[in-house]
Design a binder for this molecule. Structure first.
Ligand code: HXC
Length: 260
């Protein structure tokens, strides 16, 4: 990924970890169409790079992202958003095979909360605030929030958050199971990078199959999910990493994964 071609994000790699930093500080990283296009482009390029085994998406200390860009949206009509499939490209993040981690400090509101939930794990600092305030603007979540939040925290809390638009602090978000880990805000990115490096050190094939299996649980019924898991599990036995991983255990040494 070439960071020079982007204006609203920064992209870098640290070892086997790709890092995408949202960079519209004056607008609290509000998500406009350009930022969406750049994030999806960068994430797709990192996903295709065999040298990258995990992707971290982060913002600033003050805001992960304060939602879709209201100034951009305020100009749009129904026929605009319908015909341009407004914000539809965000869905492509959910289809990446590389594990993704959102490192969240400050506001993760509206589309910002939805972007965090598009990632596989959320690591949050103790300053993080989550919410779906769309209702206060006369709209509703549009990047999967009504579906992913409900599956993540259940109907009672999803209705509470989506119908009132209130902000939720990180202790409540952790209690509800929305976030994977909570750390002091100054450690959010370093913790996310450590977790990402740990994941990236595993077999990339196994990680992508594991991610697909968990996502199937999130997206489907139990019988279909278990059936999918079984065939994904069987397929790991066609990989060099399965042979190496099990041989290393038996031989009491560390595995050397080739991601094949
Ligand atoms: C555009 C935004 C913005 C947003 C903040 N800003 N959020 N611009 N879109 N979503 C801008 C402000 O206009 C301001 O710029 C600057 O960022 C700082 O924001 P302040 O409001 O001055 O900061 P503060 O008082 O600390 O309040 C922070 C805040 C508030 C609570 C996060 O900014 C806020 O309520 N933002 C909107 C949150 C929201 O409703 N998000 C949901 C959007 S709808 P200027 O230049 O004016 O000073 C959505 C739909 C998703 O996400 C589905 C789409 C398909």
């Amino acid at each position: 990924a070439d960071t020079l071609k982007y204006e609203t994000i920064q992209v870098r790699t640290e070892g086997r970890v790709g890092v995408i930093t949202l960079d519209r500080p004056k607008a609290l990283n509000a998500l406009n169409t350009q930022l969406m296009t750049e994030v999806v482009d960068a994430a797709t390029a990192l996903d295709a790079d065999q040298a990258v085994g995990a992707i971290v998406i982060t913002g600033s200390d003050r805001a992960f992202a304060a939602g879709a860009d209201i100034k951009e949206m305020s100009e749009k009509s129904f026929s605009d958003v319908q015909s341009e499939r407004f914000f539809g490209d965000w869905d492509r993040l959910a289809g990446l095979s590389t594990p993704t981690i959102a490192a969240v400090n400050g506001f993760a509101l509206g589309g910002g909360c939805e972007l965090a939930m598009l990632c596989d794990l959320i690591i949050a600092g103790d300053t993080a605030k989550f919410g779906q305030p769309e209702i206060t603007l006369g709209v509703i979540p549009g990047i999967g929030g009504s579906q992913r939040l409900t599956r993540a925290v259940g109907k009672a809390k999803a209705m509470d958050l989506i119908l009132t638009g209130r902000q939720m602090k990180v202790d409540e978000a952790e209690r509800l199971g929305l976030v994977s880990r909570v750390v002091p805000a100054e450690q959010t990115l370093s913790t996310a990078l450590e977790v990402a490096a740990e994941i990236a050190g595993k077999s990339s094939i196994a990680a992508s199959l594991a991610k697909e299996a968990v996502n199937r649980a999130f997206e489907s019924g139990l019988t279909e999910g278990v059936r999918t898991e079984r065939s994904l599990f069987y397929s790991t036995f066609a990989t060099d990493d399965q042979t190496e991983g099990m041989a290393a255990f038996v031989e009491k040494r560390k595995p050397t994964f080739t991601h094949r």
